[in-house]
Design a protein. Structure first.
Lengths: 225, 246
């Protein structure tokens, strides 16, 4: 961890974490929002015992993505409004390091929300979400859409009506994550044999890697000024 | 833009001869593939005349594929070389592709009404095709939301590359998610596909020319026209700016 790249990534992550630790406004807002949307879903879908097993993984992932939208928007618009994005650009740091730094921060916040949701939904709905495979799926999936979300949030803060545009830009593009993650989680929760849902987890991992590489390559064009 | 370039592009530059030839060819080609599909090809025994819509439905998707592919290519080359021309191509690709994708959805719905007994169903492929349209609609919205032209070109090049994921998803989703009722043309249809097609020689005869036309001539011709429109638009904008600035 001596290379300037790693040092830059670490500096950005620790800055984000420290800012969050002092204000505690981002994660609490995201977690509250995720919780509310889980509740809204359970009223709207009238989740009884059978419907739960079918729908719960969808509810989990949609709530997570909605909550993460809140976080991505906030995380990047803070940087943009206070001019710290420009300041970061002035430093002799590679754009990929800035991307990775912001990504890791966003990833940790969203994962934290997921870690609140998983046990809570397990308790509320009586489904087994506290499973090491479910956890792995969550980590991979959250990392994947945090990558594309960080890139698109950087893009969206540079537009005129940014709060409105991030969901429009992000939701269609993160559909592959939703599709595979929901299928994998559903298989795991329903107790199906591993051979049935393993392919979804593998696909999810493959998509995550592809998106991560694309984001690393393209981020400097989103930030360049 | 320099004064000279403004005038050069504004002075109603006549259509290049090649473009005019392409336009005529595409029009004739479209008319003749219509004749092939509507009159020459035999009527499907099971589905009746409605099956003929397939000669437009599937080619339209591949036309959109070409156009959206041009957006990716235009975006990549713009990011690499920074020439505005490639960004115009990318934008033309989005608009032409979106029009084709909507034709694809619409003709599909018209076909599904008698065959599936519904206009629309939340089949994986139908859903992903709809998401594809929404992705490119989002492209146009994002594009309209960025004022600085240079920044707009750069950011939209990136988004155009990511948006192509939705096209690939539509193309491959029936291989990944097998529970579709949408028929597969290349290879075996899934077990539960309803209203499948057999690529008999009669179908191929009518399909192939149409497919080639929509894959190449139609998108290229339309995109070229859209490209020229973008040039005019930019010239008008520059002129407006100049007049306002005194």
């Amino acid at each position: 961890m001596k290379s300037p790249f790693a040092a830059a990534v670490r500096a950005i992550v620790s800055k984000d974490l420290r800012a969050e630790w002092r204000s505690r406004e981002l994660v609490s807002a995201m977690a509250l929002f995720a919780l509310l949307s889980v509740l809204v879903f359970s009223f709207a879908l009238e989740l009884d015992k059978n419907a739960r097993e079918e729908a719960i993984s969808g509810v989990l992932w949609v709530s997570l993505i909605f909550a993460s939208l809140l976080g991505f928007n906030r995380s990047l618009s803070l940087e943009h409004d206070q001019g710290s994005l420009d300041a970061l650009l002035l430093t002799p740091v590679s754009r990929s390091a800035i991307f990775l730094g912001k990504l890791l921060g966003n990833f940790m916040f969203t994962l934290l929300v997921a870690l609140v949701l998983l046990p809570l939904m397990t308790a509320l709905y009586g489904v087994q979400l506290l499973d090491s495979w479910a956890l792995l799926t969550t980590i991979v999936g959250v990392f994947g859409f945090s990558a594309i979300g960080t890139l698109l949030a950087t893009l969206a803060v540079q537009t005129r009506s940014r709060e409105a545009l991030l969901p429009i830009a992000l939701l269609p593009v993160c559909l592959p994550f939703l599709l595979t993650a929901v299928r994998a989680t559903k298989g795991i929760v329903s107790g199906a044999p591993q051979s049935e849902w393993q392919v979804w987890l593998q696909l999810l991992a493959a998509i995550t890697i592809i998106y991560l590489v694309l984001c690393l390559l393209l981020y400097r064009f989103v930030l360049e000024e | 833009m320099t004064q000279r370039r403004i005038h050069a592009s504004l002075a109603a530059s006549p259509q290049p001869r090649l473009l005019r030839a392409l336009t005529i060819l595409a029009t004739l080609g479209f008319a003749s593939t219509l004749v092939l599909g509507l009159f020459v090809a035999g009527t499907d025994i099971q589905q009746g005349p409605v099956q003929r819509i397939f000669y437009i439905h599937m080619p339209a998707f591949f036309g959109a594929f070409t156009a959206f592919g041009a957006t990716v290519l235009g975006g990549l080359i713009y990011l690499w070389r920074g020439s505005e021309a490639w960004d115009r191509i990318a934008l033309a690709g989005v608009e032409v592709g979106l029009a084709f994708a909507l034709i694809n959805l619409l003709t599909g719905a018209i076909w599904a009404r008698p065959i599936w007994n519904t206009w629309w169903t939340w089949d994986p492929r139908l859903t992903s095709a709809a998401v594809m349209c929404l992705t490119y609609a989002a492209y146009l919205m994002l594009r309209a939301g960025i004022e600085n032209p240079q920044r707009r070109r750069r950011l939209m090049s990136v988004y155009g590359i990511f948006a192509f994921v939705s096209v690939l998803l539509t193309l491959f989703i029936i291989r990944i998610v097998p529970d579709t009722i949408h028929p597969v043309i290349v290879g075996a249809s899934p077990q539960n596909a309803q209203g499948s097609f057999e690529a008999t020689s009669g179908v191929v005869l009518a399909l192939l020319p149409s497919l080639l036309l929509w894959l190449t001539l139609m998108p290229i011709t339309l995109m070229w026209h859209r490209y020229r429109l973008a040039l005019r638009q930019e010239a008008v904008d520059a002129l407006k700016l100049k007049l306002l600035g005194g």
